[in-house]
Design a binder for this molecule. Structure first.
Ligand code: CAA
Ligand code: NAD
Length: 303
């Protein structure tokens, strides 16, 4: 197991220098995992305060990993944390950070216009060989790639899962234009991170969210109809199917606003798909500011 954290892991891979744009929940997790597997990582966000928060959370999470992986060798654990942190730098200038990148991975807000603005500014300045990728949960990779016309072949999706240091899956998304070389490089990079990579075409939600988002919506509809309580649905899915969290625990964990946002986008784009219909119960909670764990209340109370 220790091998997956070796700093020499990236030496034979094409992707060594990684620029992660967006130092929020996902970007900081991805930056952590890339840094701890020997990549040179530059994490970018709009201002220093976000970056310093991201660095603090990365340092804390590296400590968690070290404690687990090196529980009998604390000195090695400290070396591991220091080595990973030495691989990590931060920048508020995305263009500057992209100039030496082999991979530019975007994990900023889920807004096509904002993602377009970012990629159109990076396309002319990043090296020609650099791969551009998005961690989007719900948008089309091909739509996002329109903003980087010079590298349609070097553009794909790299979709991670929350919490990134823990969840083993990486979805690698090919558009009709993604070259075999780019696809292979993305799959190989996933392996160097210690993730298991699967492939999916550029379809709404890829594999996981295409199944998970309608499942969470169906759970909310079930409760909305009064068929069972949220608590009982959660118990049922945990004990009946072995899921680590029930659908309402997961809704609170992911954020009700995020779930609403995805359904709003998909139902607008695919009005005939009944599985993508918005859920009034979820919308009501979002309107009341009950967004889940992050706001202190969702389907459960965390205060
Ligand atoms: N960073 C590093 N390590 C973390 C961590 C984090 N952010 N969160 C948890 N861990 C570690 C803990 O240290 C712990 O390690 P040990 O086993 O060595 O003690 C381990 O993970 C388990 O954590 P906990 O004991 O605190 O809690 P748990 O056993 O209940 O597991 C969980 C927590 C991993 C989140 C688990 O409940 C789970 O897998 N839930 C489902 C999560 C899920 O479905 N995620 C996908 C969401 S969808 C998505 O991300 C896609 C999208 O586009 C929206
Ligand atoms: P977040 O709000 O925690 O972080 C986004 C960060 O991007 C913020 O720190 C923000 O300041 C920064 N940002 C916004 N615009 C920027 C710009 N132009 N340049 C640089 N930084 C900018 O969001 P998140 O939950 O980490 O999600 C990020 C992306 O990952 C989204 O596309 C989301 O759909 C996707 N995603 C989220 C999850 C999840 O469970 N939260 C899971 C998988 C994928």
């Amino acid at each position: 197991a220790r091998r997956s954290f070796s700093t020499s892991m990236a030496s034979s891979a094409v992707i060594k220098n990684v620029t992660i744009i967006g130092g929020g929940l996902m970007g900081s997790g991805i930056a952590q995992v890339a840094a701890q597997t020997g990549h040179k990582v530059t994490l970018v966000d709009l201002d220093e305060s976000v970056l310093s928060k991201a660095k603090n959370s990365i340092t804390a999470n590296l400590g968690r990993v070290a404690k687990k992986k090196f529980k009998d060798a604390p000195a090695e654990g400290e070396k591991f944390v220091a080595g990973a942190l030495a691989n990590l730098s931060t920048n508020t200038d995305a263009c500057e950070a992209a100039r030496s990148a082999d991979l530019v991975l975007e994990a900023i807000v889920e807004d096509l216009k904002v993602k377009h603005k970012l990629f159109s500014s990076l396309d002319p300045v990043a090296p020609a060989h650099a791969i551009f990728a998005s961690n989007t949960s719900s948008l089309s990779i091909e739509d996002i790639s329109q903003a980087a016309p010079s590298r349609k072949e070097n553009f794909g999706g790299l979709h991670f899962f929350n919490p990134v240091p823990v969840m083993k899956l990486l979805e690698v998304i090919r558009t009709p234009f993604t070259s075999d070389e780019t696809y292979q490089a993305m799959m190989a990079w996933g392996m160097t991170l210690g993730k298991v990579a699967i492939t999916c075409r550029d379809t709404p939600g890829f594999v996981v969210n295409r199944l998970l988002v309608p499942y969470l919506a169906e759970a909310a509809r079930l409760v909305e109809r009064g068929d069972a309580t949220a608590r009982d649905v959660d118990i049922a899915m945990k004990l009946g199917t072995g899921y680590p969290m029930g659908p309402f625990e997961l809704l609170d964990y992911v954020g009700l606003d995020t779930n609403k946002f995805v359904l709003d986008g998909w139902s607008k784009k695919y009005p005939d798909e009944p599985l993508f219909k918005p859920v009034p119960l979820v919308n009501e909670k979002v309107a009341q500011g009950k967004l889940g764990i992050k706001s202190g209340e969702g389907f459960y109370n965390y205060k």
